[in-house]
Design a protein around this ligand. Structure first.
Ligand code: LMG
Ligand code: NDP
Ligand code: PMR
Length: 394
């Protein structure tokens, strides 16, 4: 497999930037350098306030008040803390993002996790201060649990300003499919369908938020994009005509794979990432104009040491980090990736909706291009409609 995959890569390809085969434009907004911005954002919060140029969250970092737009003695308006929900915040990228946001001081982080105790311990371990976060139970592999989470969150009385769909499972070595409580193949069921129901239900809450920065972020990946080297490593993502998904992914009456093929855990994961990116685009198309919510996806870099690879063979787990560090140069630490996602959550210059963000080797964000399939409008619409039926919304 390794050699077969490697042989796909012409020797002339250089793995600079983030491993894309084709060119891209770097983008900056309002003349603000993102690396400067990052420095300001994460090392000097007070500076960040001065350097923010679009004025939207100018005084965001300074208040602890739960109320909105309170007048200060100078008559200026300050913002309450933002409320962000992050799924799968008990490890890896989700935890690093929760930490980065909790350290900023102007966010209440809700860690939506399947293992309550693990999340609580992880938050303590990385030094998240009491009062900056809470943990709520969410098992994305059960639609009932998703609905329960939404009820519980609403009962907590907190507004919802940003939702981050981050959790995922990757089952590359499984020979046979496993299933969610509702009988969907586990990777697509968790990574796509669980998040699809969650974000559809919470869209109403986002709409009701009076926070000026309202965002729905769905984490994507380079491996679902076949316009990159990484996206061409077999097995390649391919949703086909969605016949397996339409059949319920239950492996009984129909296939457990979206395209109707034989089960392949690595492909199922990559397919689920395509679904994540297509969902973001469809949300943008349907709701951005009407609601003002910013819909984004991203590839945070290759975070080669997270729990995502817990089910891969030991040799892979040993070789993958040095391979990414020294050969592809696509490696990023959990901390750096967490800062990147935190930027998509909170940076006032990343308000453009419908964007798939990536970062170059200098950690500058840019609007990346999705592959043909991951930006196929027809497929996005069909995926939306089929998914609605499966999660009981239509
Ligand atoms: C497959 O597993 C599954 O079978 C399949 O079902 C599916 O799940 C798929 O896409 C998922 O994975 C394959 C998997 C498991 O591994 C690989 O395909 C290889 C992964 C990439 C790892 C890269 C290894 C490259 C070698 C890196 C060398 C270390 C870098 C040190 C750098 C130091 C620089 C100073 O299989 C394995 O995990 C087995 C892995 C065996 C890899 C053996 C590769 C030998 C190739 C030799 C290349 C020589 C490179 C020399 C580098 C020199 C550097 C100067
Ligand atoms: P981790 O395995 O470290 O984190 C995944 C998180 O998802 C864990 O907190 C896990 O919970 C949670 N999770 C899994 N299943 C469920 C479920 N049923 N309900 C609720 N939570 C669940 O992996 P990463 O941090 O690497 O992955 C985070 C995101 O980043 C994923 O969307 C992944 O696709 C994406 N990504 C990762 C890349 C990488 O190189 N690592 C590259 C590109 C994208 P628990 O702790 O209980 O297991
Ligand atoms: Mg990949 C050229 C750049 C590059 C990048 C940025 C990644 C990211 N990978 C690259 C190249 C290659 N990978 C090459 C040339 C090979 C063949 C040796 C290769 C192999 C490989 C495997 C076996 N890569 C992998 C795997 C996995 O099991 C990971 C995966 O597909 O998870 C779904 C993976 C990844 N490579 C990446 C990234 C980010 C991943 C993991 C996670 C993800 O995309 O979400």
């Amino acid at each position: 497999m390794a050699l077969q995959a490697a042989s796909l890569v012409p020797s002339s390809v250089s793995f600079h930037k983030e491993g894309k085969c084709i060119g891209f434009k770097e983008t900056s907004f309002f003349g603000v350098s993102f690396s400067d911005h990052l420095k300001a954002e994460f090392h000097a919060p007070s500076l960040r306030i001065k350097e923010s140029r679009n004025g939207m969250i100018k005084a965001q970092a300074v208040t602890e008040s739960p109320s909105i737009n309170q007048a200060t003695p100078e008559g200026k308006k300050t913002l309450r803390k933002g409320n962000v929900v992050i799924t799968g915040a008990s490890s890896g990228l989700g935890l690093a993002t929760a930490k980065a946001l909790s350290m900023m001081g102007n966010w209440n982080v809700t860690m939506a996790c399947r293992d309550f105790l693990k999340a609580e311990k992880a938050a303590k371990r990385v030094g998240m201060a009491k009062g900056t976060y809470s943990v709520m139970h969410l098992d994305l592999a059960s639609l009932e649990s998703v609905r329960q989470f939404v009820d519980n969150f609403r009962r907590s009385g907190k507004p919802l300003d940003v939702l981050v769909c981050n959790a995922a499972v990757y089952l590359p070595t499984d020979k046979d499919p496993t299933f969610t409580a509702d009988g969907f193949e586990l990777s697509v069921g968790t990574n796509h369908l669980g998040h699809f129901l969650l974000s559809r239900l919470l869209l109403d809450d986002l709409k009701q938020s009076d926070y000026p920065l309202k965002r729905l972020i769905i984490v994507g990946s380079i491996t679902g994009n076949s316009n990159t080297v990484a996206g061409n490593v077999p097995p390649k993502a391919n949703l086909g005509d969605l016949r397996g998904l339409a059949g319920g992914l239950n492996g009984v009456n129909t296939s457990s794979m979206i395209d109707g093929g034989e089960f392949d855990g690595a492909k199922a994961y990559k397919d689920s990432k395509v679904c994540n990116m297509l969902s973001m685009l469809e949300f943008h198309k349907r709701f951005h104009e009407e609601t003002g919510i910013t819909f984004s996806s991203l590839y945070p870099g290759c975070i080669a040491e997270t729990g995502l690879f817990r089910n891969h063979v030991a040799l892979f787990r040993t070789l993958f980090p040095p391979f990414q560090k020294y050969i592809t140069k696509g490696y990023v630490s959990e901390e750096e990736a967490g800062k990147r996602l935190a930027q998509v959550v909170s940076d006032p210059s990343l308000t453009k909706s419908g964007v798939y963000w990536s970062w170059n080797n200098n950690s500058k964000s840019f609007e990346n291009e999705l592959s043909k399939e991951a930006s196929d409008e027809e497929k996005a619409k069909k995926l939306w409609e089929v998914s609605e039926k499966l999660v009981g919304l239509a």
